[in-house]
Ligand binder design. Structure first.
Ligand code: GLA
Length: 501
């Protein structure tokens, strides 16, 4: 490979440039991670330097030490990392007492092979059975995209919870308020995780109570390694991982009132994801389990992973970190588009958090949101909710588009036609009969007209009604097809098509 380094996306570019580290790229196909020193960090070119990254990465992390500590992880992944015992898919079912009945989807609770088949009837009313955790994709907010490492603190998080209420986000369905990396301060003498007292002077349990008091839920971040990602890549020495501490950490999270865990590989071992799953289950508290099972490509997806994702977690990342650029939105859509069979109630593909309101223009932000909705992706916002423009707020709270994402059938939409260069027709089957959400997606730089044929979306030829979801307008009845003319560059026309039963 000569001097070619595979670095973990742009996050490391500055670290390399400024420090001139020798980056190891062994060319091995497994992600062998040995020893702590950066020079032996393994095949994925991990660099353990304190660095900085503009835009969504590791910037200005307090206490970052350039060139400091390595991963401290040993062992070879890949060959040994894949086995996950069967029969644990039900770990993620919560024994809730809400009014909805059990999901009959089966696949989520049986630990059987994931087929991507029928999800069954979710939420039939009146039952007293368990509520499926993650029956629809999670909706919420996460601190990373806007606040990165240093900006996270209790004041910010509380202000977001307040904004959930004042902006109508909660009414629109958002419920999780999630702390990403950099909330912690190592462990105490008994091995229990400590929160950063300077960032969270009232403590995480009090914060959880505050968030719960608003009818919302709280999420937190950890890794199956000895360091968090900011610890590995940003010199955030207070960021310690959960490997070897899964039981105590899961119990700690449960005792604090945590409802959601983002568990981010950060060079940990794949097999450790099931260890945390079991530790979470053992707490008895329903904790949505969102994992990032890869460091950088090749990514670990339902179609390409030694880990059985639906038996392990409620949701899994399918691509490297997003940032607020159109090309990044496209990259993650493309990473997710072939994974549609992996989504079902209780189990979702995660193309990463939203960047709406973080620098994309309003048209692009709306397209980004539309595509996440048609992909049944998590709607985890990453912007400052206290300072949203009217356009950003209108995008994030659009009830009809959110309803596409949250449709209880739980299908992930997919490309059904590419009627021109950079033009795509996406279709998502909705609950009820003969109903489809359709995204007419113009990825290119010139406006274009895009047609969807009923035959492409599995509907009979003949008449079907069409509603424009962003315009909140019934467009009338159309025979065999619908054409949106002048679909602007980087935009989506999103419609609902309902054919006669
Ligand atoms: C990884 C994840 C990001 C974020 C950071 C925090 O890069 O992919 O979403 O959680 O770690 O360090």
């Amino acid at each position: 490979m000569g001097n070619l380094m595979i670095i973990r996306g742009s996050r490391l570019a500055l670290a390399v440039a400024s420090i001139g580290l020798g980056c190891a790229e062994s060319g091995s196909s497994t992600d062998s991670v040995t020893g702590g020193a950066s020079s032996s960090a393994g095949s994925r070119g991990a660099i353990n330097a304190g660095g900085s990254k503009a835009g969504g990465g590791y910037t200005n992390i307090a206490g970052a030490t350039q060139g400091s500590g390595g991963a401290g992880v040993s062992g070879t992944l890949g060959a040994s990392g894949g086995a996950v015992s069967a029969g644990n898919g039900g770990a993620l079912l919560s024994a809730g007492s809400t009014s909805g009945g059990a999901s009959n989807g089966g696949a989520s609770g049986t630990g059987g092979t994931h087929t991507g088949g029928s999800a069954g009837s979710a939420g039939s009313s009146g039952g007293a059975g368990p509520t499926l955790l993650g029956a629809t994709p999670p909706m919420g907010w996460n601190s990373w995209n806007a606040y990165n490492c240093n900006g996270l603190n209790e004041t910010v998080v509380k202000s977001m919870a307040d904004a959930f209420i004042s902006t109508g986000m909660k009414d629109a369905g958002y419920e999780y308020v999630n702390l990403d990396d950099c909330w912690m301060d190592g462990r105490d003498a008994s091995g229990k995780l400590k929160w950063s007292a300077s960032k969270f002077p009232s403590g995480i349990p009090a914060l959880a109570e505050y968030i719960h008091g608003k009818g919302l839920k709280i999420g937190i971040y950890e890794t199956p390694n000895t360091k968090t990602c900011a610890g590995l890549y940003g010199g955030y020495t207070a960021g310690v991982g959960s490997v070897g501490h899964e039981t105590i950490d899961a119990q700690t999270f449960a005792s604090w009132g945590i409802d959601y865990l983002k568990y981010d590989k950060c060079q940990g071992q794949l097999s450790a994801f099931a260890v945390m799953r079991d530790a979470l289950k053992a707490t008895g508290r329903p904790i949505f389990y969102s994992i990032n099972p890869a460091d950088q490509g090749p990514f670990c997806t339902p179609t390409n992973c030694s880990l059985n994702l639906p038996q392990t977690a409620n949701m899994w990342r399918v691509g490297f970190d997003i940032s607020a650029k159109w090309s990044e939105v496209i990259r993650l859509i493309d990473a997710n588009k072939e994974q549609y069979a992996g989504a079902e109630p209780g189990h979702w593909n995660d193309p990463d958090m939203l960047e709406v309101g973080n620098g994309l223009n309003d048209v692009e932000g709306r397209a980004h949101f539309s595509m996440w909705a048609i992909m049944a992706a998590p709607l985890i916002t990453g912007n400052d909710l206290t300072k949203m423009s009217a356009a950003t707020k209108a995008t994030l709270t659009n009830a009809e588009v959110i309803a596409v994402d949250q449709d209880p059938l739980g299908k992930q939409g997919r490309v059904v036609a590419t009627p021109g260069t950079n033009l795509e027709v996406w279709s998502k089957e909705l609950s009820g009969s003969n109903r489809r959400a359709v995204a007419l997606f113009n990825r290119g730089s010139a406006s274009a007209s895009i047609t969807v044929q009923w035959s492409q979306i599995g509907l009979a030829t003949g008449a079907a009604s069409v509603r424009d979801l962003w315009a909140a307008k019934d467009l009338g009845s159309f025979t065999d097809s619908y054409t949106a003319s002048n679909v602007a560059s980087h935009s989506v026309v999103m419609i609902k098509v309902v054919a006669a039963p």
